[in-house]
Design a protein around this ligand. Structure first.
Ligand SMILES: [Fe+2]
Length: 247
């Protein structure tokens, strides 16, 4: 079975469509979504409609939770907060209710696990080796997929210590990583709709458990189109700029 792993779509329909087209050409059997379908981008309803129709397993992210009205917004910075308020007003009631009832991770999927932030806390950012090292006791499966940081790559838990898996370099579109037996992995497919690793291309991953392979992928998309919609919607213009620079 080939699992298409999507995270942090953030209401970016142009990125999601580009990823689905490219992933369709590569081939996949099931779609897994690690949360943050909405928040920041201008197409929350279209992105919810897409994901609801095609994903076999979905967990919520912190933006999904906030946009569904499940928390007060004191922890969000002013730009994120403005996007949450806009998204809450823009979501249809059917879509808002669907987002509200998304399960929280960790979720077990056929022998692997999915989380939004970390296996310990759905809101935790796992960016550094030191942070990843704290999570050794929380890894219940050989492979756990996480998002939230919008940084493609992840961490490999070797006996001698944790090693960082870097994102694709700007000239790569694809990298196959063969998973070592006896090593645990925390794998981040990167963000579909708002990459922050300095590479503005949409990110995703494909997991083939039978072959012990993770394929990291990256593809350009219509950034100008997505950015223009953000400005036209009256969302903070910095959210358009972020898409252009991948930060
Ligand atoms: Fe996110």
């Amino acid at each position: 079975v080939r699992y298409l792993i999507l995270s942090d779509i953030h209401a970016n329909l142009e990125a999601l469509d580009a990823v689905m087209t490219a992933a369709g050409q590569d081939g996949y059997d099931k779609i897994i979504c690690l949360g943050d379908i909405v928040g920041y981008g201008a197409d929350p309803n279209a992105c919810v409609d897409r994901v609801r129709g095609i994903a076999s397993s979905v967990i919520r992210g912190n933006h999904d939770r906030a946009c569904a009205g499940l928390e007060d917004l004191e922890w969000f910075n002013p730009v994120a907060k403005a996007a949450v308020v806009w998204t809450t007003q823009t979501l249809t009631e059917v879509n808002r209710a669907w987002v509200e009832h998304l399960p929280r991770g960790p979720m077990a999927v056929n022998g692997f696990e999915i989380v939004h932030g970390s296996p310990a806390d759905e809101d935790e950012y796992v960016c550094q080796v030191a942070e990843a090292s704290q999570l050794t006791g929380y890894l219940d499966a050989d492979v756990t997929f996480f998002g939230h940081t919008h940084l493609q790559g992840g961490f490999a838990y070797y006996r001698g210590g944790v090693q960082r898996i870097p994102p694709l370099s700007p000239d790569e579109q694809r990298r196959e990583t063969v998973l070592d037996p006896g090593v645990r992995y925390l794998i981040n497919p990167g963000s579909v709709g708002q990459p922050r690793d300095g590479d503005p291309r949409a990110s995703w991953a494909v997991f083939v458990p039978e072959e012990h392979v993770v394929v990291y992928r990256r593809i350009p998309y219509d950034i100008a189109g997505a950015a223009g919609k953000i400005v036209d919607a009256g969302l903070p213009p910095i959210l358009a700029r972020r898409l252009e620079i991948g930060q």
